[in-house]
Design a protein around this ligand. Structure first.
Ligand code: HEM
Length: 496
C-alpha cells in the first residue's frame, strides 16, 4: 500500500514538474488559435487505425481555411500550422528554424541531407551543393536525353492498349537517370515491368511504414517498434526497393577510384558521389550510404510523381495539351520525334514550364513542410511560437488558398503563371521546392529532366484519361500521391 501511494505521489510529482518546467511553453501555446482539429488524445485515437490516406486528410482538414496560424495537439505533439506567406518567408529563412522535428528521424535511411541534425546537414549540404548548380548540370543533360529516348522506346508497348498506370515507367526513368548520374550504369527501364514495379512498390511500402510510425507515438521507442510486424516489413521492403542499389553504387565507384587512382581528379569533372567519397570530406561509410539513399529517393519519387500527374491532367484538359503541343511545334517543327534538347532549347519551353508549375501548385509533392524553432518566434499576428514547436507549413493549403490565388484556386489554369499574373502573387505563396537555406538541392535537375521528358512524350503522343480532377483522393507517405494512381492511355499524335 505504502509502495502504491509512493508511486502515485511520484508520478503526480513528475507530471507537476513537467508542466512547471514547461510553463512558459504552455502559456505561449495557449494563446495560439486552435486549428480545426485540436482534440488532443481523440486525434491520436483517430491515427490508431490510420492509413496514409487518413493521415493526409486529417492533416489537410486541420489547417484548412485557417488564418495566419493555428495549433493542433496530436497527443503530446504540438503542431502549429502557418499559412501567411510573409511568415512562411521568415520561417524558411530563419537560422533558428533550420531543424526538423525529432520524429522525422523515423525516415531512417534518409537521415542524410534531408533529416540529419543541423551540424550534419550543414556539412553535407556544403559538399553536395556545387554539383547541382547550373554549370554542372550542363554535363548531365546528355544523360537526361539518352534516358528519355529509352523511355520513348518503351512507351511504344502501351500505344493504343487502353489505360495503364504511367507512374512505374516514369519512376523507372528517374531511377535509372539518377543511378547514371552517380556513374552506375544499370538497365532498369528495360527490365520486366514486374521487376520495375517491385522497386517502386517496396519503396512506397517503406515510406508508408515510416509515415504511419510518425503518427503512432506508442511506436516511437525503438525497443517497442523492433517487436512489431511493421518493423519486419520495413526491413523487407528496404532490401527489395531501389535503395538496395546503394552498396553496389558505392563499391563500383571505390573500384574505379582504386583502378584509376583518381581521388585527386580535377574538381570540375568530379561528380557529387565522388565528392561524398573524397577522404578530405571525412564522411563515414554510413554517412555516404545515407546520402546516396537520399538522392535515390528524392530524385526517383518526386519528379516522377510530377510528370505522371502532369500527363494525367493534360489528358483531362485537352485545350491545355493543345497549347503545349503548339509551343513544341513552334520550337521543334511539326515532328513526332523530339531532337536532342540542349539547355537553350529547354529554356524556350515557357508554356510547358507554366504547366509544370501549375501541377506543382495543385499537387505539391511535399504537401507539408516541417520545421522546429530553437528559440521563441513571433509571427505577423503577434502570436509567439514557443521554442521547439513543430511548425507545419501546409503547402497544399497555401497553394490552393482562394485568398491568394482567387476563386478559381482549385482549377487547373497554367496561365496564372504568366509574368503579368504571377508578379502579383507573394513569392512565398508558391514554394514547391521550398525556399531559403533548405531549399531543394535538385530543383534545377528536376526541372530540366521533367521538361525533356514531357516535351518528348507530348510531341509523340496524345494522352487521355477517364479520371476527373474532382474524383481524385490523396495520400501522404513522405510525398503526396494520388490514391487512384496515374492511369492514362496514349496514342500516336496526328499532326495536321
Ligand atoms: C519535382 C521534383 C522535386 C520536388 C517538388 C522537390 C521538392 C523538395 C522539397 C519541398 C524539399 C524541402 C523539404 C523540406 O524542407 O522539408 C526538398 C528537399 C530536397 N530535395 Fe527535392 N524535390 C524534387 C526533386 C529533387 C531531386 C531530383 C533531387 C536530387 C537529385 C532532390 C534532392 C533534394 C534534397 C537532397 C533535399 C534536402 C535539402 C535540404 O534539406 O537541405 N529533390 N525537395
Amino acid at each position: 500500500m505504502v509502495v502504491l501511494e509512493f508511486l502515485i505521489f511520484f508520478i503526480a510529482f513528475l507530471v507537476f514538474k513537467y508542466f512547471w518546467d514547461n510553463r512558459k511553453f504552455f502559456n505561449l501555446a495557449r494563446k495560439i488559435p486552435k486549428s480545426n482539429l485540436d482534440y488532443s488524445f481523440l486525434t491520436l485515437y483517430s491515427f490508431l487505425t490510420a492509413d496514409t490516406k487518413t493521415i493526409f486528410e486529417v492533416f489537410d482538414k486541420s489547417f484548412k481555411n485557417k488564418k495566419v496560424c493555428s495549433k493542433s495537439w496530436i497527443g503530446p505533439l504540438f503542431f502549429v500550422g502557418v499559412v501567411e506567406p510573409e511568415d512562411v518567408k521568415i520561417i524558411l529563412n530563419s537560422k533558428e528554424c533550420i531543424d526538423k522535428p525529432f520524429f522525422m528521424k523515423f525516415l531512417g535511411v534518409l537521415k542524410g541531407t534531408i533529416y540529419g541534425d543541423i551540424k550534419y546537414w550543414h556539412s553535407h549540404r556544403k559538399i553536395i551543393n556545387p554539383y547541382f548548380g547550373a554549370k554542372n548540370l550542363l554535363n548531365i543533360i546528355p544523360i537526361f536525353n539518352e534516358k528519355v529516348k529509352t523511355l520513348m522506346d518503351n512507351l511504344q508497348t502501351f500505344e493504343d492498349k487502353g489505360e495503364y498506370d504511367v507512374f512505374h515507367s516514369m519512376s523507372a526513368l528517374t531511377l535509372e537517370t539518377i543511378m547514371n548520374v552517380m556513374e552506375y550504369d544499370v538497365d532498369i527501364q528495360n527490365q520486366k515491368s514486374e521487376v520495375r514495379s517491385a522497386f517502386v512498390e517496396n519503396l512506397e511500402r517503406y515510406f508508408d511504414i515510416v509515415t504511419i510510425r510518425c503518427f503512432k507515438i506508442w511506436l516511437y521507442p525503438d525497443f517497442i517498434f523492433r517487436h512489431t510486424k511493421m518493423y519486419k516489413d520495413q526491413l523487407t521492403s528496404i532490401s527489395k526497393s531501389s535503395l538496395k542499389f546503394t552498396k553496389h553504387i558505392i563499391n563500383h565507384i571505390r573500384q574505379q577510384l582504386t583502378v584509376k587512382n583518381d581521388s585527386n581528379q580535377n574538381e570540375k569533372s568530379k561528380t557529387f558521389i565522388r565528392a561524398l567519397m573524397d577522404p578530405r570530406n571525412n564522411l563515414s561509410e554510413v554517412e555516404i550510404e545515407d546520402e546516396v539513399k537520399t538522392m535515390i529517393f528524392t530524385a526517383q519519387d518526386t519528379s516522377s510523381t510530377v510528370t505522371s500527374t502532369a500527363l494525367m491532367l493534360l489528358g483531362m484538359h485537352k485545350d491545355v495539351q493543345q497549347k503545349v503541343v503548339k509551343e513544341l511545334h513552334g520550337i521543334f517543327g511539326k515532328t513526332l520525334d523530339a531532337p536532342y534538347l540542349d539547355y537553350e532549347k529547354i529554356s524556350e519551353l515557357h508554356y510547358l514550364e507554366m504547366v509544370i508549375n501549375e501541377i506543382m501548385r495543385l499537387f505539391p509533392v511535399v504537401p507539408f513542410i516541417l520545421r522546429t524553432n530553437s528559440t521563441d518566434l513571433e509571427i505577423s499576428n503577434g502570436c509567439i511560437l514557443p521554442a521547439k514547436t513543430n511548425i507545419v507549413i501546409p503547402m497544399f493549403e497555401l497553394h490552393r488558398s482562394t485568398k491568394i490565388w482567387g476563386e478559381d484556386a482549385n482549377h487547373f489554369r497554367p496561365e496564372r503563371f504568366e509574368k503579368e499574373n504571377f508578379e502579383n502573387i507573394h513569392p512565398y505563396a508558391f514554394i514547391p521546392f521550398t525556399k531559403g537555406p533548405r531549399m531543394c538541392v535538385g530543383w534545377r535537375y528536376a526541372m530540366l529532366l521533367m521538361k525533356i521528358q514531357l516535351a518528348n512524350i507530348l510531341l509523340r503522343y496524345e494522352v487521355d484519361t477517364r479520371l476527373k480532377m474532382d474524383e481524385l483522393d490523396f495520400k501522404f507517405n513522405g510525398t503526396m500521391k494520388i490514391c487512384q494512381g496515374y492511369k492514362m492511355s496514349i496514342k500516336e499524335r496526328v499532326i495536321s
